[in-house]
Design a protein around this ligand. Structure first.
Ligand code: UD1
Ligand code: CA
Length: 450
């Protein structure tokens, strides 16, 4: 890329009524990340300043932008009057005089950074406007690019297009680059004489031509510029993203025999020789180190899985689960906000919450940490090499020392010192011959024996 400076304007205003949702459109997520955050991630890589235009009351959109790119400036479009009107909400940022102005839509999350860079290239070659085009399977609804040779003459919105214009297969993806020294002059000349009485950004092309300036189009494939206006389109974009994420994981040396059944998050980090069995779901914030095995039907979110550790089948790792190396988490085990040190095991049917488990400890089947007393959460500490017998309840706050044993079926409410055995259950009673006495008494019509 040249040394030209760039300002990217991200249009994020509007509720997206076709989503039929109370959430602003650009906060819907694919790969566990809001649409606007995907766009901000691509923008961040083009290494320029960013301005984001939001609508009234969209504080949550502003917060998502700040989380994805703290340096981005937020501008308010008080009234929804069209895409050119929205761009002009960021007038103060445009007036700072960047060489290139890029306009992208926050509802178009799959765009790649290198396409943003490609869109700027015609500006360096003297074009005033560059538009990203594509050939959708179904062009209905999109603006059409009207070309004369390789010159872009105008963009016609679907609603305003003649039958002949609607037959044009090349459509407007919505992304546009404007030369900074001409941008405000072009944008200020755009009017609202059209079917929707809106200020169309697409009119920048015809206006530039009237000013004696040139415009060009470059093309990309449909998957990259899918705009999201409905839940159906959100699901289609998710499918495209999942394909990309799986391909990248396979390329990086992850083993998946049925990648199409594995659901990844945009930020999932997988080491080499990681094995992911069919039907695994990754929520946001998961790191899996080299050689770990994630077995079928496991669900992970906000979790760290150490080297050589095995999870599942049917394991659930919730936020704050931090597993060391060679840990074993088996079927129907749930781990939340807990550190499990190297070599520790919880193989069956457990809840481990707000707990530290020492290296090599063994958590028996059915062990539950009772971390919640109805008001507050409390911590459980299990020492190195400790052995918790099956079906025990550890009532937090509580500590089990290093190498200590807890007898099966115990309810542990007080500290168990290192190397001790604790048994907290009622003593077993055996009544010899009781059943024989029962039979003879019932046949005589009397009550149960004592
Ligand atoms: C737009 C293009 C169309 C293109 C299509 C590609 C215009 C006039 N039309 O149509 O040529 O084929 O995208 O997907 O540009 N927005 C605001 N404020 C507004 C209006 C829109 O911030 O006043 C934002 C929206 O949040 C959205 C983006 O701009 O992120 C695009 O607006 P939308 O109404 O979805 O445009 P389309 O009808 O899809
Ligand atoms: Ca759209």
């Amino acid at each position: 890329m040249s040394a030209r400076t760039c300002l990217t304007i991200v249009l994020a205003a509007g509720e997206g009524t076709r989503m039929r949702s109370s959430r602003p459109k650009v906060l819907h997520a694919i790969g566990g990340r809001p649409l606007v955050a995907h766009v901000m991630a691509a923008v961040r890589e083009t290494a320029g300043a960013a301005a984001v235009v939001i609508g009234p009351g969209q504080d949550k959109v502003a917060a998502a932008v700040a989380a994805a790119m703290p340096a981005a400036k937020i501008f308010l479009q008080a009234e929804r009057r069209g895409t050119a009107h929205a761009v002009l909400a960021a007038r103060d940022a445009i007036a700072l005089g960047a060489d290139d102005i890029l306009v992208v839509f926050a509802d178009t999350p799959l765009v790649r950074p290198r396409t943003l860079a490609r869109l700027r290239e015609p500006l360096a070659q003297g074009q005033a406007v560059a538009v990203l085009g594509f050939r959708p399977a179904d062009p209905a609804g999109y603006g059409r690019l009207i070309m004369e040779g390789d010159r872009l003459i105008a963009i016609r919105e679907h609603k305003d297009a003649s039958a002949a214009e609607r037959a044009i297969p090349l459509c407007n993806a919505g992304l546009m680059a404007l030369r900074g020294d001409a941008a405000l002059a072009i944008l200020d000349r755009i009017g609202d004489q059209n079917a929707k009485r809106e200020f169309y950004l697409t009119d920048a092309v015809a206006v530039a031509r009237q000013m004696g300036l040139d415009a060009a189009a470059i093309e990309t494939e449909e998957d990259e510029v899918r705009g999201i206006n409905s839940q159906g389109q959100l699901a289609e974009a998710e499918a495209v993203l999942q394909r990309r994420l799986r391909d990248a994981a396979l390329e990086a040396g992850v083993n998946m025999v049925a990648p199409e059944t594995v659901h990844l998050a945009a930020d999932t980090k997988l080491g080499r020789d990681v094995v992911i069995e069919p039907f695994v779901v990754f929520g946001p914030g998961v790191v899996v180190e080299d050689g770990a095995v994630i077995r079928s039907f496991s669900h992970l979110e906000g979790a760290h899985v150490g080297q050589g550790t095995t999870i599942g089948p049917y394991a659930r790792l919730r936020p704050g689960a931090r597993l060391g190396a060679n840990v074993r988490i088996g079927n129907f085990v749930e781990v939340k906000e807990s550190v499990i040190a190297d070599g520790a095991r919880a193989n069956h049917l457990s809840y481990i919450g707000d707990t530290t488990v020492g290296a090599g400890a063994n958590i028996g089947a059915g062990t539950i940490t009772c971390n919640y007393d109805g008001t507050a959460k409390h911590r459980t500490e299990i020492g190195e090499g400790a052995f918790i017998g099956s079906n025990s309840a550890l009532v937090a706050p509580v500590k089990v020392g290093d190498r200590a044993y807890v007898g099966s079926g115990s309810v542990i409410t007080r500290e168990v010192p290192a190397d001790a055995l604790a048994i907290g259950r009622s003593r077993q009673v055996v009544k010899e011959g009781w059943v024989t006495r029962l039979r003879s008494l019932t046949s005589a019509g009397t009550k149960k024996p004592k």
